[in-house]
Design a protein around this ligand. Sequence first.
Ligand code: GUN
Length: 307
Amino acid sequence: MTARIIDGKAQAEALRKEVAADVARFTAAHGAAPGLAVVLVGEDPASRVYVASKAKQTVEVGMRSFEHRLDASTPEADLLALIARLNADDAVDGILVQLPLPKHVDATKVLDAISPAKDVDGFHVVNVGRLSTGQSCLVPCTPYGSMMLLDATLGKLSGLEAVVVGRSNIVGKPMAQLLLKANCTVTVAHSRTRDLAGVCRRADILVAAVGIPEMVKGDWIKPGATVIDVGINRVPAPEKGAGKTRLVGDVEFASAERVAGAITPVPGGVGPMTIATLLANTLIAAHQRRGLIPPDFFAALDARLFG
Ligand code: GUN
């Protein structure tokens, strides 16, 4: 068997089109486009690339982008003061503070300073609590995007056995909550899990979010399973020339695609969905902050996944 490749690039493009059409309607109705503020502290090269991409795509769908690039030595108090200003700024509907933050900054304190209504990352403890109690909330982008890919690949997820490898606050835990909300039977596995391969082999849906290049092998996968690879790891690629690198996921793609029913590639799978979902969350926040109901697209998605 050769797995169907889940085309995250095409799905993300379709979502951006949907968002752009609604941004145009919103802007015509309210006289101002939704606005997303992105805060980058320091010079982490990968973070700089992500933030530049976010800003570019924000503008492409017709939203306003506010970029704040701060020096790595910026005191925590200055960052908190900036967030307070963005919370109070009516032009800003969404606030994202790029992680990781420098060591001298308490990331939890910073994330919890963001107004929950503008928390388009869904990392504020209020949104985390709302998600874990099944209430509507802003949902973390990568898990939300992964659920959209599962919706497009499998339709109803109810009753399926799902295994999430990784327990981060950004991906593993919210992904598990969403799969549970979709009536899957969910196992969260991690570095201390005994017989990790055996646990993975039970999964109809296997989500790999550990940050270890190609850790999940083909023989860890149940034949026909759907594999969502969240990992984006840069590894040396001497075959391409001295000093060259390539991107790989947390799943060993070559062996996995011979067993799985469907699989996300890296790059071109979950990655493109993350930014598209961030734009969707900004549009949702812009509506909800004004007491408006977000576009039907999202209610229909929720009904399919969780209804
Ligand atoms: N760094 C890596 N992934 C993310 C994300 O989803 N949001 C933020 N804010 N920072 C990240």
